[in-house]
Design a protein around this ligand. Structure first.
Ligand code: OFO
Length: 162
């Protein structure tokens, strides 16, 4: 059985994950409108993954006999100046999510909630990848600078994501 505190914190994480999906979908829409088709596809795939993350928390709460509470999702931004700005913002956001997961783990440890700790291991590993990939793309874009050719090559590479 989940404690009320743990249940509330896990419900807040569903909201964080759904906000991530919303944010990345907004970034995808911006990229599509700017004709960065590869980045649009990459961000849409990322948004889909975030919905899956939310579903993992949702199912876990129910499995543990808890109550799922869906909270209001805040509005994400809709304007960015460049592809670089988008991936820098995505990296910053992933660092924030890592902190959320770490805080959840800390709470589960304090509460001696071992099943939540084990459940969170997947997310702890996932965050290493989530931060690394957004940082890598941001760094490539930083190196590309104002070169349209280089940016379009990165965009094409992003479009190869399944
Ligand atoms: Fe991007 O990992 Fe979930 O939020």
């Amino acid at each position: 059985m989940l404690s009320k505190r743990m249940e509330d914190a896990l419900n807040r994480q569903i909201n964080e994950e759904l906000y991530s999906a919303y944010l990345y979908q907004a970034m995808s829409a911006w990229a599509e409108a700017e004709n960065y088709k590869g980045a649009a596809k990459w961000m849409a795939a990322q948004a889909k993954e975030e919905v899956e993350h939310a579903a993992k928390f949702y199912n876990f709460i129910l499995e543990r006999g808890g109550k799922v509470k869906l909270l209001a999702i805040k509005q994400p931004p809709s304007e960015w100046k460049s592809l670089l700005e988008i991936f820098e913002a995505a990296y910053e956001h992933e660092k924030h999510i890592t902190k959320c997961i770490n805080d959840l783990y800390e709470l589960a440890t304090r509460e001696r909630d071992y099943s939540t700790q084990v459940f969170l291991h997947w997310f702890i590993e996932e965050q290493v990848e989530e931060e690394a990939q957004t940082l890598e793309i941001a760094e490539l874009l930083r190196r590309a600078g104002d070169s349209t050719n280089a940016i379009l090559m990165i965009d094409a590479k992003l479009g190869a994501r399944e």
